[in-house]
Design a protein around this ligand. Structure first.
Ligand code: SF4
Ligand code: SF4
Length: 382
């Protein structure tokens, strides 16, 4: 068996659904696209991931000869409905960039170990344009929502590539349109119109971006009110443009076995528990799923406050009132916004009580804006 065949069989044996291989060449088209859309991708271009470095792949790994790319199908088990409107499926499945002690992280470690065993040097911590690599290797195509689609699976896939120093047998690209003619369901369903033309996403309008990249040191922690309104109950990620896609319906409608771990998490999970989070809740119910992007608890709390505001249920005023005493300004400010969204008599009272004792100017601003929205709504009603 050739080295290429050995590598491919091993990848399939350890649970990857598809594998393809391309020569390790630069990605000028990707760099060009990111550069042209710097107003949308500046946050990423200037991040530690350094995506533009793939303009010169050899600068990242001088011995690089091939890129081995894989598809992992992460929607093999049922996603509990209690979590589905809050957490993206890829995070529920613990598939997005997991540490090695997770089964999906162990899989990529196994792959690396195998590649070394068969004599390959493997690049470390090199960020590649995964969707483009997989399309060039013929294992995925693009949908108009910008996601990669694998034949027979759909878009609920996680892509992972390995840069190696051996020449291998290469696959052919299948970059083609997978969408049925005339379909634009994803573009119509996107609440923020972040898919501004087929295949083009504006990340700073995307809800997923706002759930996890709005942190200090990344895209800044402020989320505009117009986006908060559209975030619904999303805590991390957004699957709307994939959930409406006809190409995913077969999987979404199929009867899948329960993931018993997720069933346990779902039983305990609630937005109010996330808002006023105990250490135990954070360790046992948040970290096991949401270990990848959000580095500080306050951002989960902020997202929970937004979600509770969007629910608009006066029953949550009590928990938001507790959060108005949180030591983090961020949590208090977004809780004030949420109280303004609920806007009943009790929410107004909590806001007024807190305005007199609040010391942070930014939180006071949020409280005043929340109160003025309640006033305006009252006038409109009256
Ligand atoms: S992930 Fe959500 S917000 Fe982002 S493009 Fe898709 S539907 Fe729109
Ligand atoms: S919803 Fe329609 S247009 Fe969008 S990715 Fe799916 S098939 Fe393509």
């Amino acid at each position: 068996m050739s080295l290429t065949a050995q590598i491919k069989e091993y990848a399939l044996n350890i649970g990857y659904s598809k594998i393809g291989i391309i020569p390790a060449e630069d990605f000028p088209e990707y760099v060009d696209d990111l550069t042209k859309r710097n107003d949308m991708y500046g946050f990423y271009v200037n991040s530690p991931s350094r995506p533009l470095a793939v303009a010169d792949l050899k600068s990242l790994m001088p011995t690089a000869k091939s890129i081995i790319t894989t598809v992992y199908d992460y929607a093999q088990k049922n996603f509990p409905k209690e979590l589905t409107n809050k957490i993206g499926k890829v995070y529920q499945a613990r598939s997005y960039d997991p540490p090695p002690e997770y089964i999906n992280g162990a899989r990529s470690e196994l792959m690396r170990a195998f590649l070394r065993k068969v004599g390959c040097e493997v690049g470390e911590k090199i960020v590649l344009p995964e969707r483009l690599v997989a399309a060039k290797a013929g294992i995925t195509n693009y949908g108009r929502n910008g996601f990669a689609y694998a034949e027979g699976i759909g878009s609920f896939i996680y892509l992972k590539s390995f840069l190696v120093d051996r020449e291998l047998e290469y696959d052919n690209p299948t970059i083609k349109q997978v969408c049925p003619e005339g379909c634009s369901a994803c573009m119509k369903a996107c609440p923020t119109k972040a898919i501004y033309e087929p295949h083009k996403i504006n990340p700073p309008r995307c809800i997923a971006f706002h759930t996890f990249l709005t942190q200090e040191g990344m895209a800044g922690s402020y989320i505009k009110p117009e986006i908060r309104e559209k975030m619904g109950t999303k805590i991390q990620g957004c699957d709307i443009c994939q959930d409406v896609c006809p190409l995913n319906q077969e999987r979404l409608k199929s009867k899948l076995p329960d993931d018993e771990f997720l069933v346990n998490v779902a039983q305990d999970f609630s937005l109010s528990k996330m808002l006023n989070m105990t250490d135990e809740f954070y360790d046992s119910r948040v970290q096991p799923l949401l270990f990848n992007y959000i580095k500080e608890r306050k951002y989960f709390q902020r997202n929970a406050a937004i979600a509770l505001g969007n629910l608009g249920d006066p029953a949550n005023v009590f928990d938001l009132a507790i959060a108005m005493d949180d030591h983090e300004e961020l949590v208090r400010g977004y809780s004030a916004w949420a109280l303004g969204k609920i806007g009943d008599r009790s929410a107004k009272q909590v806001l007024e009580d807190n305005l007199s004792k609040e010391t942070s100017e930014s939180v006071k601003d949020e409280i005043r804006q929340a109160l003025s929205r309640i006033e305006i709504r009252g006038e409109l009603k009256g």
